[in-house]
Design a protein around this ligand. Structure first.
Ligand code: DGJ
Length: 735
């Protein structure tokens, strides 16, 4: 619900449990941020603007205008004229000048949510949401800035985005454009972010917020393994179940900066947007720039509530397509099974064995095209290598289909190998600083997707393959980050647009792909999980989480991923042991139980694993079919974190009607002489009675407990014998 009180010039934005208040202030129409927090009954909170305190507003004290600029809580702060905190927007005029200041001009309140041209964004019907469009202007620059706020009626989310238009007589440059800002009092916050590296993505990090600027960011051209486009400011005492959280997540897949700045007055400015490093966008007269969307979540009910809000939003209002609410086929991917050493015969031998065990799709990974026998060549040459794929792709796909299995294929469309026919024909199609030797990574360069002819050529190659056989799944990979930011196609004054144009082109290609092949299950991937972000989720309902498939390493990676993203989105496979990333051996059963929390599949040579392990696959397949609806659609709760307690991990999903639940317990190292562990379950109906079954432990007798008891007194999980053991515990309502 969005309301405007004309006399006070105050906007009130309400979600079911939160309120956000904006005010237009003083004669010069500054747009101030008044309040964001628990839902208010009315918006009589203008006093929070502190306009009656020194330095007052300019109309009452123009002498200290600069001090006013430097402490006023702006909705969308500018720079260069007196606010010394981080600005949200930077411009450079044709004359080379940089200052700007925005004032309110007009507004519109709409039902529904406008699309953001060329960009992924959350969506909703006219019943689902309302949008406030605040139009502001800097008449000296000739710049109009539209601030868009969408309020969802069914989840506690407000989304923000910004559109900048040149309404003046001369072109100017945008040198920075963030998408959201919250100026508020610092409540002794901690800062929570997701940090990582290749094969160690999205580990939750919490630290004290101090004075000055603290940020997480990427200017690697993608959201990255290292930092994640997510930031939360949380009360010192916030726990899983209680406490305040202000969270932001960026619906974007390129450079970003998420920042908190604690000021001299103990105010905090929280911002999120495209990273300004090497960003410079020329706006000719009449042209606009649309900045991507930020999702804002506020709760005073701890991390469980924050997570549940993000999950609901993304499941209902971001993920699209055929598989939005559907069980995904159980796949077997040949990457860890064969790496580049495979041919038709090998793939068919895997498929034959896999089909007998109940696996539903074969995915042919890297190495099927051009002269690709290792990772040092052929990217860009998307034609089938018939020396490896003897009989051709259609033959292979048909044979796999005859086994009753679907077929999926791997591409890395954004890349070009120096040793490729494409590079030999078009060396200027790689991103490069002309005249400077390019920096190779995995012996490859990144394609200059700011050039439409490059996009069209690659899209056509990919689509030709997909049109040639019955292929129903694509894994879209991206195995290096951007460097040497330069384009042979862009003029000098538009080179600063390359990073963003690149991301827009990736979106354009995936949009075309999902429109031409609407039945396709698309799984995004970037050297594991470097581009696991809401921008990619708009195109693919699942994303490969990490190249680390070890069940124990996955606990922390999947915990951090599920902190914001639904379990249905997390690509998770059972792989062989010793694990290729860490050399650890874990029970096959545990690997299955951990992968069941995600999309579920296999990444091993099923013809080579032990008979004992092979025999377990049909049981795991049965568990997947029995519980995947619950895992995909249910509410997720974090019960215990191995990353925090260094002892065991535990999570739970509960169906919307609270009739069913599944608990996953992973005891990491076995400790001798311990008693059973008591875990407090969550999300159950206190008045219902549940039959509790330890699915993989015959020593525990099935018993019936009330939801009340399970949530308050807890459930005893007997300590399993041996390292890396896991338990899958189901709860079903009994009359
Ligand atoms: C990185 C991916 O994460 C892997 O699963 C695999 O597809 C390789 N790339 C192939 O090069």
């Amino acid at each position: 619900m969005i309301t405007y009180k004309e006399n006070e010039r105050v906007f009130q934005l309400d979600t079911p449990n939160t309120t956000y208040v904006i005010a237009v202030v003083d004669d010069e129409n500054f747009v101030g941020h008044v309040y964001y927090g628990p839902r208010l009954k009315d918006s009589d909170v203008f006093y929070l603007m502190r306009t009656e305190e020194p330095p007052f507003v300019p109309s009452k004290n123009n002498r200290e205008r600069c001090s006013f600029y430097d402490c006023f809580p702006f909705e969308y702060p500018t720079g260069g004229v007196g606010d010394y905190r981080e600005s949200c927007i930077g411009i450079r005029t044709a004359a080379g000048h940089v200052g700007s200041m925005l004032s309110y001009v007009s507004h519109e309140i709409l039902n529904g949510k406008p699309e953001l041209k060329g960009l992924p964004a959350t969506f909703g019907t006219e019943e689902d949401c309302m949008t406030l469009k605040l139009v502001c202007e800097d008449k000296y620059v000739g710049m109009q800035v539209e601030l868009l706020y969408t309020v969802f009626q069914d989840v506690d989310v407000i989304t923000r985005s910004v559109r900048v238009t040149n309404v003046g007589q001369e072109s100017f440059y945008l040198t920075k454009v963030y998408s959201a800002c919250i100026d508020m009092d610092n409540k002794d916050f901690d800062m929570v972010s997701l940090h990582g590296s290749w094969a160690r993505e999205r580990h939750i990090q919490r630290k004290t917020l101090g004075y000055g600027i603290q940020n997480v960011s990427s200017f690697r051209g993608e959201s990255s393994h290292q930092d994640h486009p997510f930031l939360a400011l949380v009360d010192k005492n916030t726990t899983q179940e209680n406490g305040e959280i202000y969270a932001m997540n960026f619906v974007y897949s390129g450079n970003f900066r998420a920042q908190a700045e604690v000021t001299q007055f103990d105010f905090v400015r929280m911002t999120m947007g495209i990273h300004p490093e090497n960003f410079c966008w020329k706006l000719e007269c009449g042209e606009s720039f649309q900045a991507p969307e930020v999702v804002m979540v506020y709760t005073d009910k701890g991390f469980d509530a924050m997570t549940s809000t993000f999950h609901k939003l993304y499941k209902r209002h971001l993920i699209r397509g055929e598989y939005k609410n559907k069980k995904r086929p159980i796949l077997i991917n040949n990457w860890e099974a064969t790496y580049f050493k495979f041919d038709t015969e090998k793939l068919l031998s895997i498929a034959k064995e896999a089909s007998k065990l109940g696996i539903e799709m074969l995915v042919m990974d890297d190495g099927w095209f051009g002269k690709r026998h290792s990772d040092n060549c052929a990217l860009g040459d998307w034609t089938v290598n018939e020396e490896k794929i003897q009989g051709g792709l259609k033959y292979l796909v048909d044979e796999v289909n005859k086994l009753g299995m679907k077929f999926g294929i791997w591409f890395e469309p954004e890349m070009i190998s120096p040793d490729s026919d494409l590079y030999r024909a078009h060396p200027d199609w790689a991103i490069a600083i002309p005249g400077r030797p390019g920096t190779e990574s995995r012996q490859q360069f990144v394609l200059d997707l700011s050039r439409q002819e490059v996009v069209d050529c690659i899209y056509e190659q990919v689509a030709t393959i997909l049109r040639s056989a019955n292929i129903t799944y694509v894994k879209w990979d991206m195995n290096r980050q951007l460097t040497d930011i330069g384009s042979y196609g862009l003029p000098a004054d538009r080179q600063g647009e390359l990073y963003h144009r690149y991301v827009l082109a990736v979106y354009q290609m995936q949009d075309r792909l999902t429109k031409e092949f609407p039945y396709l299950l698309l799984e995004n991937c970037s050297g594991g999980g470097a581009r696991f972000d809401p921008g990619m989720l708009y195109f693919s309902p699942q994303i490969w989480c990490s190249d680390d498939t070890d069940a124990i390493e996955r606990l922390e990676i999947q915990e951090g991923t599920a902190f914001i993203y639904p379990l249905s989105t997390m690509g998770a496979h059972v792989s062989d042991c010793p694990n290729h990333a860490v050399g650890r051996s874990t029970p096959f059963e545990t690997r299955g139980i951990v992968a069941l929390a995600g999309t579920f599949g296999y990444e091993l040579d099923v013809t080579k694993i032990s008979q004992e392990d092979r025999d377990k696959i049909p049981e795991q397949v049965a568990m997947y079919h029995k519980y995947n609806d619950l895992v995909r659609e249910g509410d997720y709760y974090r019960i215990a974190s191995y990353a925090q307690n260094h002892k065991y991990d535990c999570w739970q999903v509960v169906s919307a009607d609270q009739k069913q639940s599944l608990v996953t317990f992973v005891q990491v190292l076995c400790k001798v002489n311990y008693k059973s562990r008591c875990i407090l379950l969550k999300g159950l109906d206190a008045d219902k009675r549940y039959k509790v079954v330890f699915e993989n432990d015959d020593n525990v007798t099935d018993r019936v407990y009330s939801g009340d008891v399970l949530m308050k007194a807890g459930l005893l999980v007997p300590a399993p014998w041996g390292d890396f053991q896991a338990r899958l515990i189901s709860l079903t309502e009994v009359e």
